[in-house]
Design a protein around this ligand. Structure first.
Ligand code: ADP
Ligand code: ASP
Ligand code: MG
Length: 454
């Protein structure tokens, strides 16, 4: 059995869904489970609607809902399902979801509040609507698809907007609901991104979380493979949005993929790799718009070891804030780092990069919701400065181990650009540093030229 996950652009409209259906049809013999994202941009729009409603602009929120969310789903459904009564039934179900959304937005407007919990409920409609249509369209195209609600078997904790799956609670439910469908030869279709607490309250796994859902389902059911179908040929040497001629990588290791995802390569959600690693399930990345491309295979070990001194890929993560913490009194005395991390821990803010000197600690965060509170706590025992609009650049590759020449080449290629906080993880397969956000395109293009275009 395999898990096939289709991202937002892969299900963005009727034409895209038709391609998905043909890709699934060709893999039918492998017993696929289909996991889908919301149509492209729909999650953003739903969140925007919720924010507008809560800020008192209910009319704008409802208009946005009607003009984009309602229109795009009704349009795709009408194109994909033309047989009656299936078509009317589907349109009625879509309208039912849309009416619930309208009521929810009205509620947010009246209450004037928007909790993470409400936000998750609103956001969940993106995946619920896309899969409702995809499953009906698959049946219309002659595939025996059965829509399953992921909230029945992806059980999570209640950290709304970034919930963590509870695998022990999820496993028996996933097996009980999904396996019988597979056994009778049908194709389960379910939502990425969403889950529910043990009490049945809707949660989400964090933005981009559909990849994570696919990996969770693959791990829960011991799948033979997890396939991430997206809008690029696979994992490339860097983001093709900055370097259009970036090269396709035939294979990367779990560890390389994890570093790339963690440091911003959006092609995979950072949490995707862990469930797959634990069960040693290979992950493949393929292009829905170019299904003949060989894609990228992510596996435990390298198929062919990369020659020492070579890179695999370059990632970047924008929207980074650097916090510099100076201790004049303590000189990094015992307990100083502990005191710092206790503050970040208390405000549930994770730290990406860290560099220390005799009298200071610099670290980076991307979640700035609690920045003001964090800074004022830190100021109780140190002097603090904050630099915004920074980005992390990260070079990744197993071939970097014990090869100091890489740093010299990298910094030589961007010697006129201001960089700081250079750091190398213990795994030795990444080298990261901070630049100003505005320098990202130049830095990525020059590094790509240096390492991949010679
Ligand atoms: P989906 O909606 O299918 O989940 P995403 O937009 O989340 O797709 O991820 C795919 C995007 O990831 C690509 O369009 C590309 O711009 C971006 N990306 C960033 N780094 C890389 C990389 N190294 N290789 C491939 N894609 C990358
Ligand atoms: N639809 C969700 C998002 O836009 C999850 C995903 O696409 O992976 O974040
Ligand atoms: Mg994604």
């Amino acid at each position: 059995m395999i898990v096939m996950k289709f991202g937002g652009t892969s299900v963005e409209d009727a034409a895209a869904m038709r391609q998905v259906i043909e890709i699934v049809r060709r893999k039918r013999a492998l017993s696929p489970i289909v996991v889908a994202s919301a149509m492209a941009k729909i999650t953003d729009t739903l969140i925007r609607c919720a924010q507008l409603a809560h800020q008192g602009h209910e009319d704008d929120a409802q208009r946005l809902l009607n003009e984009t969310v309602a229109a795009r789903h009704r349009d795709a459904a009408a194109q994909l399902v033309t047989t009656e009564p299936q078509r009317s039934v589907l349109l009625e179900r879509i309208d039912h979801h849309l009416n619930e959304l309208r009521t929810l937005l009205h509620g947010l407007a009246i209450l004037g509040e928007l909790s993470p919990r409400s936000l998750d409920t609103v956001a969940s409609y993106g995946e619920r609507l896309s899969t409702l249509i995809l499953a009906a369209a698959m049946r219309e195209a002659g595939l025996d698809a059965e829509l399953l609600d992921a909230r029945q078997f992806i059980i999570t904790d209640d950290r709304f907007t970034k919930a963590t799956p509870l695998m022990d609670l999820s496993a028996p439910r996933a097996r009980a609901l999904l396996l019988p469908v597979l056994h009778r030869g049908a194709i389960p279709v379910t939502q990425g991104f969403i889950g529910a607490t043990p009490h049945g309250i809707t949660t989400t796994l964090g933005r981009g979380g559909s990849d994570y859902s696919a990996a969770i389902i693959g791990a829960l059911l011991d799948a033979d493979a997890i396939e991430i179908w997206t809008d690029v040929d696979g994992i490339l040497t860097t983001d093709p949005k900055l370097v259009p001629h970036a090269r396709l990588l035939e294979s990367v290791t779990f560890q390389e993929a994890a570093e790339l995802a963690y440091f911003g390569a959006k092609v995979l959600h950072p949490s995707t790799i862990l469930p797959a690693v634990e069960k040693n399930i290979p992950v493949y990345v393929y292009n829905t718009k170019n299904p003949k491309s060989p894609g990228t295979r992510i596996t435990a070990r390298e198929a062919q070891p990369t020659p020492p001194g070579t890179l695999k890929a370059i990632a970047y993560k924008q929207g980074i804030t650097v916090i510099n913490i100076y201790s004049t009194r303590m000189l990094l005395a015992h307990g100083f780092l502990h005191a710092i991390f206790e503050v970040f821990d208390r405000f549930e803010t994770s730290v990406d990069l860290l560099a220390t000197s005799e009298v200071s600690v610099s670290l980076t965060i991307d979640d700035t919701r609690h920045l003001d509170k964090i800074v004022s706590e830190l100021q109780k025992f140190s002097t603090v400065t904050v630099e915004r609009e920074r980005a992390i650049i990260c070079l990744v590759g197993e071939g970097m181990k014990h090869t100091p020449g890489i740093a010299a080449r990298a910094f030589g290629a961007i010697r006129d650009i201001n960089i700081n906080m250079i750091s190398q993880g213990a795994s030795e397969i990444n080298l990261s540093f901070i630049v100003h956000e505005a320098d990202v395109p130049t830095v990525i293009q020059r590094l790509h030229r240096e390492f991949f275009e010679r």
